[in-house]
Design a protein around this ligand. Structure first.
Ligand SMILES: *Cc1c(COP(=O)(O)O)cnc(C)c1O
Length: 366
């Protein structure tokens, strides 16, 4: 039995008539930018997250960048980011002219609140906790630290739609939050898409203006220079259909994680696990094991999908080589980058497939 790492076609097949109708509706009215679908999706996603304002944009990377600008982060500022994440998080910081400062992660892969203080300087302006792999960062620790030092908090929720920290959804803790709807994310569009979330009307207004060439409401009224980063109407129509399933899909992911965790006991391979208070939505199911690369090859040979997220900690990327971050400052990030393996994880995964994945892992152990 082969088990894919993800299977997006399966999800489309299950929703085909609804999605086809939604797409056809947009094609028929042919208003491809903005309009009712975008407005409705923004309202529905706000209800899902439990926040006030949602502003659609072109992708999750733009969402971080635009929010940083809307929050007033820029040249001369330092922003604390985890040493292990997809590059978008730090890239967006550099793009607004600020400097990303890398902070190690804890054993769950999210920013280590115990070492935040080591990275603090008089120029630190903000912190971006990333709810990596769908697992919420320790938001008690992050918010307390931010409050004590007067820092802005931008949550990177690209992998964590619907995840909760102490019963409260991620994206509702900080000054603002970014989401990605990249196809493989827990809520995925049929192309690139993203959104920005905030409690602040002022931040939402600024973000909406930046994302639409500085215009707000009336066309040709350019109060400021902005850029073009809008949520496509077609993507909004697709996302509306999928959003209605997101809770059920996240529950299925959690059930798969529990099944994996039980079955993996006694193998040399262990899940990162959940911190007490965290309710992960398992965008990825990451295990640590010895000889990760050999295990991955063995799985690939047996037609079991597996991935590495991410093979290098950010300070080890070529683009940050000149920063010369001392190795001991991101030990845990390096440990996960060197030993972490992402097992197949998607809502439609079956019990038989999970058992097969674990069988193949055991087969490598012995
Ligand atoms: C996917 C992702 C992003 C950015 O999303 P895009 O929509 O691909 O631009 C940002 N941060 C993290 C942690 C991500 O996984």
């Amino acid at each position: 039995m082969s088990v894919p790492f993800v299977d997006l076609a399966l999800q489309y097949a299950a929703l085909r008539s609804e999605i086809d109708d939604a797409v056809a509706g947009v094609l028929r009215h042919s208003r491809f930018i903005g309009g009712e679908e975008v407005r409705a999706f923004e309202a529905e996603f706000a209800a899902f997250v439990g926040t006030e304002h949602v502003v659609g944009c072109a992708n999750g990377t733009d969402a971080i960048e635009i929010l940083l600008e809307a929050l007033g982060v820029g040249s001369g500022d330092e922003v604390l980011v985890p040493a292990l994440t997809w590059i978008s998080t730090s890239e967006a910081v550099s793009r607004v002219g600020a400097t990303p400062v890398f902070v190690d992660v804890d054993r769950h892969g999210t920013i280590d609140v115990d070492v935040l203080g080591d990275a603090l300087t008089s120029r630190t302006k903000a912190v971006i906790p990333v709810h990596l792999y769908g697992h919420p960062a320790d938001m008690d620790g992050v918010m307390a630290f931010a409050k004590e030092h007067g820092l802005l908090v931008l949550e990177d929720c690209a992998q964590a739609h619907g995840a909760r920290w102490r019963e409260r959804p991620v994206g509702t803790f900080g000054d603002a939050a970014s989401f990605s709807f990249y196809p493989g994310k827990n809520l995925g569009a049929f192309g690139d898409a993203g959104c920005m979330v905030t409690w602040s009307e002022e931040v939402a207004t600024r973000a909406r203006r930046i994302a639409n060439h500085g215009q707000l409401g009336r066309k040709h009224d350019h109060a400021v220079e902005g850029r073009n980063s809008r949520l496509d109407t077609l993507q909004a129509a697709v996302l509306r259909v999928k959003l209605r399933r997101l809770d059920a899909w996240n529950q299925a992911r959690r059930a798969h994680a529990a099944a994996y965790t039980g079955l993996l006991e006694g193998t040399g391979v262990a899940p990162l696990g959940e911190r007490p208070g965290a309710e992960s939505v398992y965008h990825l199911f990451v295990v640590l094991g010895p000889d990760r690369d050999a295990l991955r090859e063995h799985m690939t040979a047996q037609e079991i999908g597996a991935g590495v997220h991410y093979p290098r900690a950010l300070p080890d990327l070529e683009c940050y080589a000149s920063r010369s971050v001392p190795r001991e400052a991101y030990r845990q990030a390096t440990r996960i980058a060197s030993n972490g393996l992402s097992l197949p994880m998607f809502p439609e995964l079956t019990r038989a497939q999970i058992e097969e994945v674990v069988r193949v892992i055991r087969d490598h152990d012995v």
